[in-house]
Design a protein around this ligand. Structure first.
Ligand SMILES: NC(=O)c1ccc[n+]([C@@H]2O[C@H](COP(=O)([O-])OP(=O)(O)OC[C@H]3O[C@@H](n4cnc5c(N)ncnc54)[C@H](OP(=O)(O)O)[C@@H]3O)[C@@H](O)[C@H]2O)c1
Length: 256
């Protein structure tokens, strides 16, 4: 049976090299221009939650706080953390900010207690280190009223969400660099992926635009082969260059 309205309308946003890498072989990933930071923060502002994979948190230690033109005050920072590797020294845990929600697949009650004492909300959904992402989406809608979700990577989380049919839009900013190794926008750790074009998710082009910086290209695609209808309509226009050109003077770059 098709479940409906139990997952948020979900956008993946990544910034990649021309060869589709979001991080190099050394996990270096600083690719965004100031306009791209503004694009990201606008997308955050239009969503009620941002979600990242555990490795992105451990490697980049982001705060995920900065937003532009927020639709509402409701804003959660969500981590998919199969093995519950999140720890106290990370900014998400140690610094004040919007609530943090963690989806994990291990019942480490001591670790869970420690994180909860820091205000982190932990949900165990899944087994053997594999988070049931559909269930996690249902919890976001039903318990937190999150209807619009932004996923900021990394490649493994992007792939798992896309494979599960839980992604509505893919937005990628291509930057003028080549890494030739490292993490891809979508990365299957089993090295299986989608073996043919007929097995690939079906995508429809929504936007192709030059970044106001003049040297990057932004593309947005709609995913037409999702598991089930989302709980909201598309929530922000696909082409944002006009808007960010006006905003960027007020949106300094730097760590997000
Ligand atoms: N340029 C960009 O736009 C951008 C954006 C974000 C990140 N990055 C870069 O990307 C790199 C990290 O990406 P990544 O692909 O290696 O990692 P990732 O996607 O951030 O995190 C992967 C981890 O998330 C957890 N996870 C994901 N799906 C899961 C599921 N269904 N069940 C259980 N756990 C799940 C697993 O944690 P466990 O292993 O603990 O189970 C997995 O190892 C970093 O270098 C970062 O700098 C770049």
């Amino acid at each position: 049976m098709t479940r409906s309205l139990t997952r948020p309308y979900t956008i993946i946003f990544s910034t990649a090299t021309l060869d589709g890498r979001i991080a190099s072989s050394t996990r270096y990933s600083l690719l965004s221009c100031n306009y791209d930071f503004a694009r990201l923060r606008l997308l955050r502002g239009a969503a009620e939650a941002v979600m990242v994979g555990a490795s992105t948190v451990l490697i980049d230690n982001p705060s995920l706080r900065k937003r532009l033109n927020p639709r509402s005050d409701k804003y959660y920072r969500v981590v998919v953390d199969g093995r519950l590797r999140l720890h106290d020294e990370l900014r998400l845990v140690s610094e004040p900010g919007p609530p943090v929600i963690v989806f994990t697949a291990v019942r480490d009650s001591e670790k869970i207690k420690r994180l909860e004492a820091k205000g982190v909300r932990v949900h165990v959904v899944g087994e053997n280190g594999v988070v049931d992402l559909a269930k996690a989406m249902e919890i976001l809608v039903m318990e937190y009223d999150v209807r619009r979700l932004l996923i900021e990577g990394g490649g493994i989380l992007n792939y798992n969400m896309l494979k599960a049919g839980l992604v509505d839009e893919i937005r990628v900013t291509y930057t003028p660099y080549v890494f030739a190794a490292g993490r891809n926008v979508f990365d299957d750790p089993q090295a299986e992926g989608f073996p043919t074009t007929s097995l690939s998710p079906r995508l429809r082009l929504l936007c192709l635009e030059k970044c106001p910086c003049g040297n990057c290209v932004h593309v947005a695609y709609r995913v037409e082969s999702t598991c089930c209808p989302p709980a909201a309509e598309p929530y922000i226009e696909p082409c944002l260059s006009g808007k960010i050109a006006d905003l960027v003077k007020d949106a300094p770059g730097g760590n997000s």
